[in-house]
Design a protein around this ligand. Structure first.
Ligand code: AMP
Length: 290
């Protein structure tokens, strides 16, 4: 595995690979790699000749008081995991290289970026889309793979690719979960044993929503109501939202169908957790690790 830091070196390497006729699959991450990230690598591997993975904790997408400074960083561990997973190029640029100056031109995500996560974290998706556009413009991949765990982010990236005519295919891969259903997240390391026990209420609540949907419930308010009841049992959880939204525009729904997304966000102490399920798919389409 080749490790690269400087953006021009990454660009040169990717151009060389393309000149040699090799397609590039790209997986952007903030590091602290786990099996969810590695599943995205496998997806990229199956769709392209070489796989590039970036590790960059993007300051632009963190709000004041959020966990930018304490976000877990361990590049040596990430490099070992990436290499084992078959990554060809690990690209970990410095903050200074990515942002020599605070950018003055940034991407505006549009109304879908103001909902759910965007409402709780103002400016978050502007920061995400700006860095994704920068990363894509350096690597120029054929395919970029994102996780459904962050379905709103994936929807916005796909929309940006379409609206900006970016020559990249955006692929969204299923959520990887622990055996008890908790979605893997770099932020799970913040949880102590009690917090970890409380966190499993998120997938449990989503499963309740899916069960209600399968039982014929189509009213969004009733669905979010029964999901909220499961979350409310767990006193250590502070719920940010429970919502039924459309998969692309993230618009709030009154009536749901198979494609609708049931999304939850809650805090366990200072740790924010998000999760979601496509109602027609249920949690079965997701991947479980032992
Ligand atoms: P992050 O490093 O948290 O910014 O995530 C990098 C990519 O990994 C994003 O596309 C996430 O959606 C994806 N991802 C994070 N957690 C999971 C998970 N549990 N399963 C699948 N993909 C994930």
């Amino acid at each position: 595995m080749l490790s690269i830091a400087a953006p021009p070196a990454m660009r040169a390497h990717a151009r060389e690979a393309r000149r040699a006729g090799r397609s590039i699959g790209f997986v952007p991450t903030m590091g602290a790699l786990h099996a969810g990230h590695l599943a995205l690598v496998a997806e990229a591997r199956s769709r392209a000749d070489i796989v590039a993975l970036s590790v960059f904790v993007n300051p632009l997408q963190f709000g004041p008081g959020e966990d930018f400074t304490r976000y877990p960083r361990d590049l040596a561990r990430d490099a070992a995991l990436a290499e084992q997973a078959g990554v060809d190029v690990l690209w970990a640029p410095s903050t200074e290289a990515m942002y020599p100056d605070r950018p003055s031109v940034t991407v505006a995500p549009g109304p879908a970026g103001d909902r759910l996560e965007g409402e709780i974290r103002p400016g978050h998706f502007g920061g995400v889309l700006t860095v994704v556009l920068k990363l894509l413009s350096v690597v120029e991949p054929d395919v970029a793979v994102f996780g459904r765990k962050d379905f709103q982010q994936a929807a916005l990236v796909r929309r940006m690719a379409r609206d900006f005519s970016l020559p990249v295919e955006i692929v969204v891969a299923p959520t990887v979960r622990e055996a008890d259903g908790l979605a893997l997240s770099s932020r799970n390391v913040y949880l102590d044993a009690q917090g970890r026990a409380a966190a499993v209420a998120l997938p449990r609540a989503l499963a309740r929503g899916v069960a209600a949907f399968r039982g014929g419930e189509r009213d969004a308010r009733s669905l979010t109501g029964c999901v909220g009841e499961v979350l409310a049992v767990e006193s250590r959880l502070a719920v940010d939202y429970v919502a039924c939204v459309g998969p692309e525009e993230i618009e709030p729904l009154e009536t749901v169908d198979e494609r609708s997304v049931l999304a939850v966000a809650a805090r366990v102490g200072p740790t924010r957790l998000i999760d979601n399920v496509v109602l027609g798919d249920g949690l079965e389409g997701d991947v479980r690790v032992a």
